[in-house]
Unconditional design. Sequence first.
Length: 246
Amino acid sequence: AGFYLDPERLVGGARTDALHALLDAAGYTPDLRHRDVEHLSTALRALAFLSGAESDAREDGHEGAVEKVEGLSRRLLDEHVLRWLPIFVLAVRRTGLPFPAAIASELDALVRSHRDALAGPAPRFDLPEAPALLEDDETGLREIGTYLSAPAHAGFVLTREDVARLGRGLNVPRGFGDRTQLIVNLLRSAARFDALDALLEALEEEAGAQAEGLAGYGDVTAPWRARIEESRALLRALRERAEALP
């Protein structure tokens, strides 16, 4: 979850504390020896635990317990899993690898089916505030690359494969390093080879394509799609000042 929802792509803080509190309220103690509490597998095990508890409560005729467990399941999905699962699933599908894409699609269908069985709409949530790059005269290619590497800021995901594909399309190198560094390298290479305008245009198109991929989820992805539109506007504005970017 932290990779998608945290600007620094980190696990921890208030979001993790809230998830721990929810699992405590459910009476579920996750095994954290190999996975952190925000990992998808932890959430799925917790959801299975709650499903079992709901089944037992229904069998025993405890309607109050059923409502409580349903409420906890709804919170687990609405306040945690469904805030980032759609963008994760889209990223996996876009790798073009059949087996991971099939697993992601099955998990997606399972979680959405479970949520559809629970009453009530999902509450609106907001992504972290994005940096105002256009208002900072010091904004350069590193700052732009760092922004684009954080899904919580950009609204979409640029994988290593995306960076490689964009580089090949413009015939510019991307160098080496972590994902953020690869994006920065690609921007700098494009600037060096007079292809920065074309790269920014390609990035805007990529963002738009991912927004279309998220549209099928409806309101649950509204914050992501709104942020993508902000990023597309940013990329268009950057094209107008591309030659002046340090």
